[in-house]
Design a protein. Structure first.
Length: 264
């Protein structure tokens, strides 16, 4: 039902003026109170509209928060189920009392469970079957740990190989950071080798041989790194680090003596 508030206000004011006689004081109070109630009604109506607008403006955000809350509750429920299953397994103390619990945990780790004996043949057979599954789970965890260790070792080997090359070419160990990475070190070494190659015309035969060997070793090491074989790159860098160093010393000596590259 729609209310014409302006019409009501005009009616209230007319009535207050019309019943101005002190004898009509009671009616005046009624109309004054009615107008005050109308003001209050408008206040709450405005407040209701603001609240409605706030709800509509934030409905998308609230929907997203609600979905996140639901997802969090599901994860909590899943974790609770896992903890409950693990607690039951601990209470088994080596006996296989709950095939479902074991299979659920095996599924979490991606382990294919072996065929188990029927439930009516409990005792030793169940304990043996449980031990098989536990061993499979432990083996899966050990493989994951070995894989992680291998990745760390490969990363360290690649870093060491590049550091050796960089030190041989520049005389300093690289300082790895977000601003200076593996690619930057390779660029520096390649630039240094290009200088060595350009200066071959002013170099002794022994120096030329060392420079040629250093350039060849660099190409092989970079190729090993690109092919995902940091172990071979590390081995090669250690083998040719001497050649890198001697070649760098030759160029430094030429620079000190003021020898220019042909064509300069």
């Amino acid at each position: 039902m729609n209310i014409d508030k302006q019409a009501l206000r005009e009616e209230f004011r007319y009535m207050q003026e019309h019943y101005s006689d002190p004898a009509d004081r009671a009616r005046q109070v009624i109309y004054i109170a009615a107008e005050a109630l109308l003001d209050e009604l408008e206040h709450y109506k405005s407040r209701e509209e603001r609240v409605t607008k706030l709800v509509l403006d934030n409905s998308t955000s609230w929907d997203a928060l609600y979905k996140k809350l639901e997802a969090a509750e599901r994860r909590i429920a899943e974790q609770s189920a896992i903890v409950a299953a693990a607690e039951k397994l601990v209470r088994c103390k080596g006996r296989y009392h709950s095939e479902l619990n074991y299979r659920a945990l095996a599924k979490l780790f991606g382990v294919i469970t072996p065929d188990l004996p029927p439930l009516e043949h409990e005792n030793v057979h169940y304990a043996d079957a449980a031990e098989v599954e536990i061993t499979a789970l432990r083996q899966c965890i050990a493989e994951l740990e070995r894989s992680e260790t291998q990745l760390i070792n490969e990363r360290d080997a690649a870093e060491s190989a590049l550091a050796d090359m960089y030190q041989a070419a520049t005389g300093e160990r690289p300082e790895w950071s977000n601003m200076f990475g593996f690619a930057d070190a390779v660029d520096v070494v390649e630039e240094r080798l290009a200088t060595l190659e350009a200066n071959q015309s002013q170099t002794t035969p022994t120096g030329i041989q060392l420079i040629t060997e250093a350039i060849g070793a660099h190409g092989y090491i970079v190729g090993c790194l690109l092919q995902g074989r940091p172990d071979l790159a590390l081995e090669e860098s250690r083998k040719w680090v001497s050649a890198f160093g001697q070649a760098a010393e030759i160029v430094s000596a030429q620079d000190a003596a003021g020898i220019k590259v042909k064509g300069e």
